[in-house]
Design a protein around this ligand. Structure first.
Ligand code: SAM
Length: 256
């Protein structure tokens, strides 16, 4: 997969592309990245890329001409082209998996007040927000999208690691523990050191349900609740036993 990022400040992304798993994935030839400076496509004397907003209002907007040329050179809109903006569709794991199927992906970073709408109308295929807050520029949002996408390209990370993660089955991941088995006066739940794989799987599913119910109850509306999951969820809602896994701070104080 090739991912091309168009930005006014591509240097922000350079360090990220040369780090850890990303570097290994590039080394293995599974993914490649290209950084494109939008300013290289501004042909006037001052290489101007922004201008005032028609109709008034504070701030500047990225001009259409340099963006249009840069995106045309990248193959947009025939190549899937994501514009990151707070006024887009909320990014999620399903979208990341969908983007990961592409041979080529273009990601356009905005700045200032954003970009001229005519570019979105003609060159962009996906308008994506990474959350309900406003960042000062698109590079951080682009990193979020790229990071979620490239790790789903087959071969980058083992299928086993991915299949147990949050959202892969529509639920949040269960709590996890490592050595030491006893830390302070806190013990790892007994079932996890029992060696009983069926009991461990059941505990984990139950813990996932408890956590999802506490932090992200809306996710439960998107999964099939017939069978084992539905039965366990009913048990959890009806009140768990003493050894029930718990979601920290499920009261919503925002601490965890
Ligand atoms: N005027 C825009 C609005 O109110 O929707 C905000 C522009 S923001 C200051 C500048 C750039 O940051 C955007 O063009 C976009 O590329 C990026 N950005 C900011 N917040 C984002 C978010 N939540 N998701 C994706 N991109 C974001």
């Amino acid at each position: 997969m090739n991912i091309k990022v168009l930005s006014l400040f591509p240097e922000i992304l350079e360090a990220y592309f040369s780090a850890s798993i990303m570097k290994r994935a590039v080394g293995k030839g599974l993914v490649s990245f290209e950084l494109v400076n939008i300013r290289d496509y501004a042909y006037d004397k001052h290489r101007k890329c922004d201008d005032e907003v028609f109709g008034g209002g504070a701030g500047m907007l990225l001009k259409p001409e340099p963006l249009d040329r840069a995106l045309a050179a990248a193959g947009s809109p025939e190549v899937r082209t994501v514009y990151v903006t707070p006024s887009g569709r909320l990014f999620n794991q399903a979208m990341a998996a969908d983007f990961a199927k592409e041979e080529n992906l273009v990601i356009l970073c905005g700045r200032y007040e954003g970009i001229d709408q005519r570019i979105i109308d003609t060159r962009v295929t996906d308008v994506v927000s990474i959350g309900d807050y406003v960042l000062s520029s698109g590079e951080v949002a682009a990193m979020v999208v790229i990071d979620a996408v490239y790790r789903l390209v087959p071969g980058v990370i083992s299928g086993e690691s991915l299949s147990e993660e949050s959202f892969s089955a529509g639920l949040l991941e269960y709590p996890q523990y490592t050595r030491p088995e006893e830390y302070g006066n806190m013990h790892v739940p007994e079932v996890l050191v029992s060696g009983n794989h069926a009991a461990i799987a059941r505990w984990r599913l139950r813990a996932s349900l408890i956590k999802t119910l506490a932090y992200r109850p809306e996710l439960l509306q998107t999964i099939d609740l017939t069978g084992e999951i539905g039965r366990l969820l009913k048990e959890v809602i009806d009140g768990g036993g003493e050894n029930e896994p718990r979601a920290a701070n499920s009261g919503g104080t925002g601490k965890n």
